[in-house]
Design a protein around this ligand. Structure first.
Ligand SMILES: [Zn+2]
Ligand SMILES: [Zn+2]
Length: 204
């Protein structure tokens, strides 16, 4: 398994391509479809699907366009599906004082579901707190953390569905994983899980 950040300098959230044996899953498509296709073509990978860490607008800005262009399915945790189609719950209104809704997801995920990618699998870890349906995706040596855990802080819990108590519990779940896993957060740069959890402790 390999992970490629696409346009890491983008104002929107981090978009990643997870790649295995010529297949790709796009995480949180929020940069141009062109940039996403260039990155996967360079890897000779075909796009199998779109997996979302949660339903906030800044993680799905190019989701509908990419889904139509590639004819693929969108996966999200079942508790966040309502965010996509609600122009307020997805936090767009919070930032821009107008509503913007997106298309509904195709596949609803639960904790410990697995998604096939090439010869490998990606495991869903439900980590509510930033939103009710936030997840991390665990693959070989890689942990995609969305807005649950960053290199230096944790996700805010004051938006729709946010819950401090739940993010604490979710971080304890992540504490059971190997500390040398690399985390790939929804914003900012990567680091080891151990480093991220050590710095996150200041906020708990
Ligand atoms: Zn975000
Ligand atoms: Zn978010």
């Amino acid at each position: 398994m390999k992970i490629i950040p696409i346009c890491p300098e983008s104002f929107a959230s981090n978009t990643y391509a997870l790649i295995s044996s010529g297949h790709a899953l796009i995480v949180d498509p929020s940069v141009s479809v062109d940039a996403i296709k260039k990155a996967t073509e360079k890897e000779n990978a075909i796009i199998d699907g779109i997996i979302l860490t949660h339903g906030h607008f800044d993680h799905v800005l190019s989701m509908d366009e990419l889904r139509a262009a590639e004819n693929v399915k969108v996966y999200i945790h079942k508790n966040d599906s309502e965010l996509l189609t609600d122009g307020r719950k997805n936090a767009f209104y919070e930032f821009f004082r107008r509503e913007r809704a997106f298309g509904a997801a195709d596949v609803l995920l639960s904790n410990e579901d697995t998604i096939r990618l090439g010869e490998e699998t990606v495991k869903v870890i439900h980590t509510p707190g930033h939103t009710e349906g936030s997840v991390c995706y665990l693959a070989d040596g890689i942990l995609v953390t969305g807005d649950t855990l960053f290199a230096g802080t944790i996700g805010r819990c004051d938006l729709y569905g946010g819950n401090d108590e739940k993010i604490r519990n979710s971080l304890s779940v992540l504490r059971t994983l190997p500390t040398d896993l690399m985390i790939y957060p929804g914003h900012g740069s990567s680091c080891t899980l151990g480093y991220a959890l050590d710095t996150a402790a200041y906020y708990l």
